[in-house]
Design a protein around this ligand. Sequence first.
Ligand SMILES: [Zn+2]
Length: 187
Amino acid sequence: MWPLRSSWLLAAILVAAASSLGAFWMAITIYLPNPGPPPPVIGASPIAGLKASDLHESFKEIHHGHRHEAIDIMKPYGTPVHAVVDGTIRKLFVSRAGGTTIYQFDTNGNYCYYYAHLDRYADGLHEGMSVERGQIVGYVGTSGNAAPGAPQLHLAIMRLGPDKRWWQGIPIDPYPVLVSFLEKSSG
Ligand SMILES: [Zn+2]
């Protein structure tokens, strides 16, 4: 047998303690949620005269085989759609599911606001353009996979990653954000 000296034993205990403390701090660093940017805010209603009671929570519903991760606001065809925050039109994109869509970044590039199923864009809207909250950016429609008789605005909010990819972000439920704005603004 190897002679067991108490000084070796002490050294071994110290090394084990130091490495487990390191592992502990590493675990804290990895598992504590990244504080990230402040939560998203809506600064203007996407639809004039909208009331909280018009809205229906559907973030977790399954639509077309996917978690919805957005809100649908049912409004007559051609109703103007307003930018909900100040920011920049990052991408105008036509997709099979979303139809005619807008990806708008907020001023800080923390969040992307996505408007879908539009009938058309506001005249002159283009990528890279600055827009102010309340400005008309498009009109309600049924483009993409919206049911033909059910014109609606599909509104989503995504938290952008460090690379600011317009098509990629963490979905944030827009329902409480919009309800909070509407309740405050209705006084
Ligand atoms: Zn939708």
